[in-house]
Design a protein around this ligand. Structure first.
Ligand SMILES: Nc1ncnc2c1ncn2[C@@H]1O[C@H](COP(=O)(O)OP(=O)(O)OP(=O)(O)O)[C@@H](O)[C@H]1O
Ligand SMILES: [Mg+2]
Length: 269
């Protein structure tokens, strides 16, 4: 479970202080597909960046399974980041690496001494020689990449480079890469905003399938109402740094009273 408690984020400069998030309280249950919706500049990306500590909150807490993550640093922070995958509007792929290498990237950078083979006891792993460990790592990465290629349905593009892929295929690679370390949380920042409506639908269906099969908790940030309506079971509406509505998605959109929800529903964003 993820709990955001009284979160505040300010950006301070010499001249002024900008409060970007204020009084933010959110509970996200394991396995939720949780939407955070709001107009441009509402603070959505800043909120998601606080959850994986790319930004430090000014005050308040973020708890994952009861542990406050906001004070973490060093090795603990790296461990936390391994547990949180992220995808973006702009895909952020490595253009000079093919699909397989893009997906493997997060696994390859894990140091050999920190690498653990699934299903092998620590004691057995320690008995391997350096070369056996290196080979075991390579085999494990290849196996994981094969699984991920199947999950995102990109097997036939495994040796293609990002420049030769469509937007939807690029986002599939990004999703596979984000899931490589088997995180329990996947953050999506406007993941479908650069895609046409049919491709958006196929990426949303993929996220739904992944949520069902792997139980990963998904946090979806978007300014597109249809994205939230299609896949999110719960939603908070962010407006000018504060939460103005929160609850079950259908309730929020059928009983909308706040101006910002009306504007989002009206599609005049
Ligand atoms: N590093 C920073 N320093 C100063 N101000 C920042 C910084 N990052 C974000 N902001 C400001 O915080 C506010 C919220 O930005 P944020 O990117 O969180 O909005 P958003 O809801 O994601 O918008 P969009 O839908 O356009 O992506 C904006 O006014 C932005 O200019
Ligand atoms: Mg943003």
């Amino acid at each position: 479970m993820i709990r955001v408690i009284d979160l505040k984020k300010e950006f301070r400069s010499k001249r002024n202080t900008l409060t970007v998030l204020n009084n933010i309280n959110i509970d996200i249950q394991d396995g939720d597909i949780f939407g955070i919706i709001g107009m441009s500049g509402a603070g959505k990306s800043t909120l998601i960046r606080c959850i994986n500590l790319l930004e430090r909150p000014t005050s308040g807490r973020i708890e994952i399974d009861g542990v406050d993550i906001t004070k973490k640093s060093g090795k603990e922070l790296l461990k936390l980041r391994k547990n949180i995958g992220m995808i973006f509007q702009s895909f952020n792929l490595l253009m000079q690496k093919n699909v397989r290498k893009n997906i493997a990237f997060g696994l390859e950078i894990i140091k050999l001494r920190d690498f653990k083979i699934d299903g092998m006891s620590d004691a057995d792993y320690q008995k391997l020689s350096f070369f056996q460990k290196r080979k075991a790592k390579k085999d494990a990465i290849n196996k994981r990449v094969d699984e991920l290629l199947e999950l995102v349905d990109l097997k036939e593009k495994e040796f293609s480079y990002p420049a030769k892929l469509s937007g939807g295929q690029r986002q599939r690679v990004a999703i596979a890469r984000a899931l490589a370390t088997k995180p329990s949380i996947l953050l999506c920042d406007e993941a479908t905003s650069a895609l046409d409506s049919m491709t958006t639908d196929s990426i949303l269906s993929l996220l739904q399938k992944i949520n069902k099969e792997t139980k990963v908790t998904i946090i979806v940030i978007t300014h597109e109402m249809n994205v939230v309506q299609k896949i999110c079971n719960k939603v908070v509406v962010l407006d000018k740094s504060e939460i103005v509505a929160s609850g079950i998605t259908d309730d929020i959109f059928s009983n909308h009273t706040s101006d910002v929800v009306k504007r989002l529903v009206g599609g005049t964003v």
